[in-house]
Design a protein around this ligand. Structure first.
Ligand SMILES: CCCCCCCC/C=C\C/C=C/C(=O)SCCNC(=O)CCNC(=O)[C@H](O)C(C)(C)COP(=O)(O)OP(=O)(O)OC[C@H]1O[C@@H](n2cnc3c(N)ncnc32)[C@H](O)[C@@H]1OP(=O)(O)O
Length: 300
């Protein structure tokens, strides 16, 4: 088996320690400076990892609205994989650096006018992000500091806990039907697992976007706080969750989510084919075009 050896030395401190871990046949080396902070950035993500608390904060900064393109999804997946492998990271807070928006969901331009091959590649990345987040061993908290429609809502409900800014201008929900598209079964099941069957049925059929107070009322989010307190509230909640015996919490999480995860894992190829066949239909392409025009008109 091929061993991957990656050695990262933080030159910022002359007092760096190097840890070697062998995990799943992979040898990894990472460094920790005595300041116990490990900040990293890629094109559209900034990660602040506090090694003392074991909590990483992932800031999405993909302008203008953190829409999930293939490139951005790939970046997110690589970052999630690194954090998951890092024994020093036990909790992850996901938030946005973009004003007024947590994430606008899947990038509509990735689904419009693209070849079937490209659509397939895109969908595989969407699946991958969901599998990584929904199946994460870390405690995951969404610090929702802006609107969070469709794929943005999906990202939020894969987390263990959701804290949203109490601003009536923001909304959250799986609004796919409003675009003339259909939330696939694993979006639907994640929603059912969060707010129950009846709320999901109404919500998905009508493509509802909920104001923060309504989202709290149906259990789509767990807590509302003033906008400037979203991150501090998430950090406080994280401390409580990390105090729970880790192994018991992880097994419980896995028990709650296993059947939904397995259903996608064992049907990934068929799910990709479904998506590609559906999204490349002329009628669906027309709906997406009209939706994009509507977004532009709203601006004018
Ligand atoms: C039989 C079963 C088969 C199963 C098949 C399964 C098929 C399922 C397929 C897909 C599931 C889809 C999931 C999704 O996530 S679709 C995306 C849904 N997203 C939305 O509806 C959100 C749309 N955006 C907004 O509502 C707003 O932009 C906002 C509230 C997020 C932010 O508002 P505001 O701050 O006023 O910004 P603007 O509206 O002015 O937007 C700025 C800029 O960004 C563009 N944009 C917005 N959202 C997206 C997006 N999701 N993708 C790409 N681009 C987006 C917008 O058009 C503006 O662009 P500009 O005019 O060029 O500046």
């Amino acid at each position: 088996q091929k061993l991957t050896f990656s050695l990262k030395i933080a030159i910022s401190s002359s007092l760096s320690k190097i840890h070697l871990n062998v995990s799943h046949g992979r040898l990894c080396a990472s460094s920790t400076s005595f300041s116990q902070r490990n900040n990293s950035s890629s094109a559209n993500l900034k990660v602040d990892h506090d090694q003392t608390t074991g909590v990483a904060v992932m800031h999405m900064q993909s302008p203008p609205v953190n829409s999930l393109s293939l490139d951005f999804l790939t970046e997110i997946c690589i970052t999630l994989e690194k954090l998951e492998m890092d024994k020093g990271c036990r909790g992850l807070i996901i938030t946005s650096s973009q004003p007024k928006v947590f994430s606008a969901g899947l990038d509509i331009l990735e689904m419009y006018g693209k070849s079937p091959e490209r659509c397939g590649e895109f969908w595989k990345a969407v699946q991958e992000m969901w599998l990584k987040l929904y199946g994460s061993n870390m405690v995951t908290i969404a610090a929702i500091n802006g609107s969070s429609p469709a794929g943005g809502c999906l990202m939020s409900i894969t987390c263990d806990y959701r804290i949203m800014a109490d601003n009536p201008r923001y909304s959250i929900g799986l609004n796919e039907t409003m675009l003339g598209i259909v939330a696939p079964f694993w979006f639907k099941e994640t929603m059912v697992n969060t707010v129950g069957h009846r709320n999901t049925e109404i919500s998905l059929e009508l493509g509802l976007l909920y104001k923060p107070a309504e989202a709290l009322n149906i259990g789509l989010v767990d807590q509302l706080v003033p906008e400037d307190q979203v991150l501090s509230a998430a950090t406080q909640t994280m401390t409580k969750w990390l105090a729970i015996p880790e192994h018991a919490r992880q097994i419980t999480k896995s028990m709650m989510r296993k059947s939904t995860i397995e259903k996608l894992r064992s049907n990934r190829e068929a799910d990709i084919q479904n998506f590609v066949n559906f999204i490349t239909k002329e009628s669906i392409q027309k709906s997406l075009r009209m939706y994009m025009e509507m977004l532009k008109q709203k601006k004018a």
